[in-house]
Design a protein around this ligand. Structure first.
Ligand SMILES: Cc1ncc(COP(=O)(O)O)c(C=O)c1O
Length: 522
């Protein structure tokens, strides 16, 4: 069989990137009230035709340049959220951390660092991302439910700020790693303070050392020569009542007083994340939340508690996630098909719940969707918006009032910065979508490119290659064909669609011939 690489037809291989005209800020007009929420007012407007503008850039232009489906990250909103959070706690030793599990894009992590945040990492992968984004190891804490010996050794050897210990068993593991490495490993103890206040409860949470075992953990940590207990930690999600943080602080500081008696120097009090933002699954959550008021309230209460337990001021840590990034990201999808099924008006978008907003499945989140290329038009029909995968539960939203929707229209999925891209998958072998950072001056840059077929299939093709190079013949010699090139990864979406029709035909018939040859030879 013929093993020579596929020759690309001239008109495909000759296409180098055509630099499209730079994106130009459009003249802004206010959006109709029915579409505009207060939290978007700073960065959203529209042009006179009714196309949505993000920081003055038209979503139509973003689609032409980068290709929907994509995410748009609004840098100004991200930075303002980080600054607002940082300034909300009038406490002299305040070190907020960005909980990057919420959105681990490296540019976002880096912006958080630029704004003075440390990093809450929940895995070795996230620690590495932090290092790549230029955090010093001492700016990173490693907090999760379970760590292997290797995880602990890695974090200890690079010298993270602390490893947050989730159980008595993990404490013993850390002691053993410390002994083997001849290190004194800095730890926080994660405590479940067993709070029950109204609807809020941590009683059933799987995280942390339950309060009734906490003294035992402190005794162990303060007596082991390879452990240095430097902080206490609590994290609770979806905390609307700031009093919860104060109750947690009370229980943790009482424990800190005990640890101090046993000779520990508790330098950090880490009260986790959980701050409300506008949230899609609970429309009321975060609506009237006043972060400044909550911040002052918590700090005042903290001062009282420090006096009560006669403790020096520790460094106060919070680890916000969704508060920081949720409202700063917008999903852009294009309508690829419209149909009517009985009385239901159906719109199919070219993104999917799987590759853009899977927390609709995980926690039943609802997203607001705007008719981004028809903001001027009256809302006349109720639609169901489906994603494009072959799964009947791939429903972006139901009963959405929209103008008459046609193929090619653009829709935006609002407030999708948190727990979205980090949950996404390649279901249906669809590529996960790129992220474009939009700046206040109207410039835009790619901060995550679209997936490539080569990397999507590599985990399987790699093992076949390693096991036996001939194995690949059974898979029609995929390794010889540069699908990225055929697909036109390097071309802008517009050019790809216009120019590749004919060459694609030629390539596909070549692959098909190749496949038949392979079948005969293996
Ligand atoms: C330990 C820890 N800190 C911080 C966060 C961020 O929480 P949120 O997004 O509610 O602020 C999480 C989220 O799960 C977490 O597990």
């Amino acid at each position: 069989m013929d093993n020579t690489p596929v020759q690309m037809p001239a008109d495909v291989s000759e296409h180098v990137i055509t630099i499209p005209s730079p994106l130009i800020k459009k003249k802004k007009q206010p959006m109709p009230k029915k579409h505009l929420k207060d939290r978007w007012k700073k960065f959203l407007s529209q042009d006179k035709e009714g196309n949505l503008l993000v920081e003055g850039l038209s979503v139509k232009d973003l689609d032409a340049k980068f290709g929907a489906p994509l995410y748009i990250l609004v840098e100004r909103e991200l930075r303002e959220r980080l600054r607002t959070f940082k300034n909300a706690f009038p406490y002299p030793h305040f070190r907020p951390q960005f909980a990057c599990k919420v959105n681990s894009n490296i540019s976002i992590i880096k912006i958080a660092k630029e704004e003075g945040f440390d990093l809450d990492a929940s895995s070795v992968g996230e620690i590495i991302l932090g290092l790549l984004a230029d955090y010093e190891p001492q700016q990173i804490t490693f907090t999760n439910l379970y760590k292997t010996y290797q995880d602990i050794a890695f974090a200890a050897m690079i010298g993270v700020q602390a490893i947050t210990t989730d159980s008595l068993e993990e404490l013993q593991k850390i002691a053993l790693v410390g002994k083997n490495l001849d290190l004194k490993i800095r730890i926080f103890l994660r405590i479940n303070p067993l709070i029950k206040m109204g609807n809020y409860s941590t009683l059933k949470q799987q995280y942390g050392i339950p309060l009734h075992q906490a003294r035992k953990a402190v005794e162990y940590a303060t007596s082991d020569p390879h452990i240095e207990l430097v902080g206490l930690h609590f994290h609770g999600s979806y905390i609307v009542n700031p009093q919860v943080y104060c109750v947690a602080a009370n229980r943790l500081l009482k424990l800190a007083a005990y640890a101090t008696e046993l000779g520990a120097h508790i330098r950090y009090l880490d009260l986790g994340g959980g701050f409300p933002t506008h949230d899609n699954s609970h429309p009321e959550y975060g609506k009237s939340y006043n972060l400044q008021k909550a911040g002052s309230f918590i700090v005042k209460s903290l001062h009282r508690l420090l006096q009560k337990y006669n403790l020096p001021e520790p460094t106060l840590i919070f680890e916000p996630g969704k508060y920081i990034v949720s409202n700063a990201m917008i999903g852009l999808v294009k309508v690829v098909s419209c149909k009517k099924m009985g009385s239901e008006n159906i719109v199919i978008a070219n993104g999917s719940v799987y590759n853009m907003i899977p927390d609709r499945f995980v926690s039943n989140c609802r997203y607001e969707i705007l008719p981004a290329s028809k903001l001027n038009k009256p809302l006349i029909k109720k639609y169901t918006v489906f994603g494009s995968t072959c799964d009947c539960i791939d429903v972006m939203t139901r009963n959405l009032w929209l103008p008459k929707i046609e193929e090619g229209d653009l829709l935006t999925i609002m407030d999708c910065g948190a727990y979205s891209i980090v949950f996404t998958s390649n279901f249906n072998s669809l590529k996960r979508v790129p992220v474009i950072l939009v700046k206040q001056d109207g410039s835009a840059k790619l901060i995550r490119r679209r997936d490539r077929y080569a990397e999507m299939f590599a985990p399987e093709l790699d093992v076949l290659k390693v096991a036996d190079p001939n194995e690949l013949k059974y898979f029609y010699n995929l390794h010889r064909i540069n699908f990225e090139k055929i697909w036109g990864e390097h071309l802008t979406p517009e050019i790809r669609e216009k120019k590749l029709q004919k060459p694609l035909q030629a390539i596909l018939s070549h692959i098909y011939r190749d496949k038949q040859n392979t079948e005969q030879t293996v």
